[in-house]
Design a protein around this ligand. Sequence first.
Ligand SMILES: NC(=O)c1ccc[n+]([C@@H]2O[C@H](COP(=O)([O-])OP(=O)(O)OC[C@H]3O[C@@H](n4cnc5c(N)ncnc54)[C@H](O)[C@@H]3O)[C@@H](O)[C@H]2O)c1
Length: 251
Amino acid sequence: MRTVLITGGASGMGLAIAARFAEGGDRVVLGDIDTARLAEAGAALGPAATTVHADVTRPADCAALVAAAVAAGDGLDVVVNSAGVWVEGPTAEASEADFDRTLAVNLKGPFFVCRHAVPALRESRGCIVNIASDAGLVGNAGAAIYSASKGGVVLMTKSLALELAPMGIRVNAVCPCDVATPMIEFQASTYGQGDPAGYKANLLARYPQGPRARFATPQEIAELVYYLASPAAAPITGAALPIDFGLTAGY
Ligand SMILES: NC(=O)c1ccc[n+]([C@@H]2O[C@H](COP(=O)([O-])OP(=O)(O)OC[C@H]3O[C@@H](n4cnc5c(N)ncnc54)[C@H](O)[C@@H]3O)[C@@H](O)[C@H]2O)c1
């Protein structure tokens, strides 16, 4: 039985990823700051799941989360960094607090989870999957802070893939488009200027599918993450894979 650590495991993609690995017979360890959702996730996933309150902006919490995962099973096989926050708005109005919080959750967190997981992953010849974003591959007008954080995740992923390859550790990123999770609802209600449906319609208007455009589901992202952590993906490392209906393919 593999042990799989998932940050942001209480909601959205992290929760769907945890469910996919649990369904495949793996032990899952979920780290999150949302205590209530964490308890719900633990109850829904059953005995295969361990939940840990962990704030990934705190390196000590990242270390404790990794230690809890190692203790829950017999080592650590897979790390999925899914915890993240969204922020947008005109750069001329951006606050230092928004910059610091977004970079801390989206970039510093994954770095320190990886940093503390390396010894255990070296033992298992395991792998890391980071959830980046289409906004980590191409610029996103109005979301410079978020885009910078996810662009950082993409190049951190590639750098770690090269550094850790001699240890037998693979490191990849997935770059989803808009996904139907609580984060999208948060974006639409917070930044939609009173028209969340219009906000979401504007997002979908960017897709090449025209009127058939839709958000990806968290389960679709989870399936790719599950594949990347499987033996079949042995040749894949250092990749930043778009899963985005062609959104970042070009004009
Ligand atoms: N939803 C999208 O459209 C979309 C698109 C591309 C990439 N992403 C990225 O995918 C990842 C998952 O997003 P989601 O849509 O599932 O969002 P979500 O809001 O449903 O889940 C994110 C989880 O991260 C947790 N979290 C936030 N700050 C944390 C911290 N400091 N420490 C630990 N946990 C923390 C939250 O409590 C939440 O449970 C994020 O990194 C996000 O940036 C999302």
